[in-house]
Ligand binder design. Structure first.
Ligand SMILES: NCc1[nH]cc(CCC(=O)O)c1CC(=O)O
Length: 318
C-alpha cells in the first residue's frame, strides 16, 4: 500500500502544538501507513500582541490564516480549540468533527499561601482578560480587581508573580494538556463560572469536498460532545456574539438528554441573565436557539449592546 500523507495546519503556541500532535498520534495509531505532518501557521491573533484583539479584526482571529492555507491546498485539516472557532466558515471549508471534551471547567492558580478561591483577600487582584470570567467572578465578589493579562498559558501563570496577583483564571483543559495540573489551586464549579462555549473540545476543520480526508478523520467525532457544543454554539450564533463578549453556554449530555445552561452578563456582573433548558439530543440546535431567544426576551440584546460600547476587550489567546 502506498503511503498517504495528511497535512495538519496549526498555530504555533505550545497548547496548539500539543493539540495538533495529539490528533497526529491518534491518526497514526489508527492508520499505520499514514504519514501526518504539521504546518505551523501564524494567525493575526498571534502576530499582534500589544493591541486589544477586538480592535484588530474581531471574529476568527485565530483561524482565518489556517482556513486560507486549507483553501490553497497547502494543508488538509486544521485543529482548533472549539472555543476559538467562529460560528461561520468561509465557502469551501467546514467543521467536520468535534472531539471528546476534556474537563470543561475553569480553574484558578493561586498565589502561594491561599488554599482556596474563597480565601482571597478583600480587593484581591485577579488576572484574566476574559469578559466572561471577569463578569462571573465580579458577580460573586464585586470587591475584586480584574487585571488584564495576555499571552500564552505559561506567560499568564507567570503574571501571578510578575504582576503581583492573587490568582489567575485559566481553563482546566489547557493546564492538563501542558502538564501544569499540579499548579491548579481550585476548580471553579460551572454553577459559579459557566465555561466558554466549546471549552475543552477540539474542532477538526477540513475542505467540504475532500471526501478522502473527511473519511479519514470522521472517527474523531464524539457524539455527546458534538450535541453539547452544537447547542452551545446555537446560543452564541443566535445572540450574534463574537468571542469577546460575556456570553457563556454549557451543555451536558446524559443518555439521550441534553441539559443546556446559557448566560449573558454586563461587564461588571451586575446584570446577569441565566437560563437552563433540557431536551432530547436531537433537539440540540433548536434548544440552543430557543434558549438564546429566551435570554433575548429577558433583555440580553440591551445588555450586550452596552458591552459592545465599552472599551474593555478580551485579549487572551492560546
Ligand atoms: N483562550 C485561549 C484558550 N483556548 C483554549 C484554551 C484551553 C483549552 C480548551 O478550552 O480546549 C485556552 C486557554 C485558557 O483559556 O486558559
Amino acid at each position: 500500500m502506498s503511503t498517504r500523507t495528511l497535512r495538519i495546519g496549526t498555530r504555533a503556541s505550545t497548547l496548539a502544538l500539543w493539540q495538533a500532535n495529539w490528533v497526529k498520534e491518534e491518526l497514526e495509531k489508527r492508520y499505520p501507513d499514514l504519514e501526518v505532518t504539521l504546518t505551523k501557521i501564524k494567525t493575526q491573533g498571534d502576530k499582534i500582541l500589544d493591541v486589544p484583539l477586538a480592535m484588530v479584526g474581531g471574529k476568527g482571529l485565530f483561524v482565518k490564516e489556517i482556513q486560507e492555507a486549507m483553501l490553497r491546498d497547502e494543508v488538509d485539516i486544521a485543529v482548533h480549540s472549539m472555543k476559538d472557532v467562529p460560528t461561520f466558515f468561509p465557502d469551501g471549508t467546514g467543521l467536520r468533527c468535534i472531539t471528546e471534551r476534556a474537563d470543561p471547567r475553569d480553574i484558578v492558580v493561586l498565589k502561594p499561601g491561599y488554599k482556596s478561591f474563597a480565601e482571597i483577600r478583600q480587593n484581591g487582584r485577579i488576572g484574566t482578560s476574559s469578559l466572561r470570567r471577569k463578569a462571573q467572578l465580579l458577580h460573586r465578589r464585586p470587591d475584586l480587581e480584574m487585571v488584564d493579562i495576555r499571552g500564552n498559558v505559561q506567560t499568564r501563570i507567570g503574571k501571578l508573580t510578575d504582576d503581583n496577583l492573587d490568582a489567575v483564571v485559566l481553563a482546566a483543559a489547557g493546564m492538563h494538556r501542558l502538564g501544569f495540573s499540579a499548579q491548579i489551586g481550585e476548580y471553579l464549579d460551572p454553577k459559579i463560572c459557566l465555561p466558554a462555549i466549546g471549552q475543552g473540545a477540539l474542532g477538526l476543520e477540513s475542505r467540504i469536498d475532500d471526501d478522502a480526508t473527511n473519511e479519514l478523520i470522521d472517527f474523531f467525532n464524539h457524539l455527546p460532545t458534538s450535541y453539547a457544543v452544537t447547542a452551545e454554539r446555537a446560543v452564541l450564533s443566535t445572540l450574534e456574539g463574537g468571542c469577546q463578549v460575556p456570553i457563556a453556554a454549557f451543555g451536558t449530555v446524559t443518555g439521550d438528554q441534553l441539559e443546556l445552561t446559557g448566560l449573558v452578563s454586563d461587564v461588571l456582573g451586575q446584570k446577569m441573565l441565566k437560563e437552563t433548558m433540557t431536551c432530547h439530543v436531537d433537539q440540540a440546535f433548536a434548544t440552543g436557539v430557543a434558549l438564546a431567544k429566551e435570554l433575548l426576551s429577558q433583555g440580553a440584546a440591551e445588555i450586550l449592546n452596552e458591552v459592545y460600547g465599552c472599551e474593555t476587550f478580551n485579549t487572551e489567546g492560546d
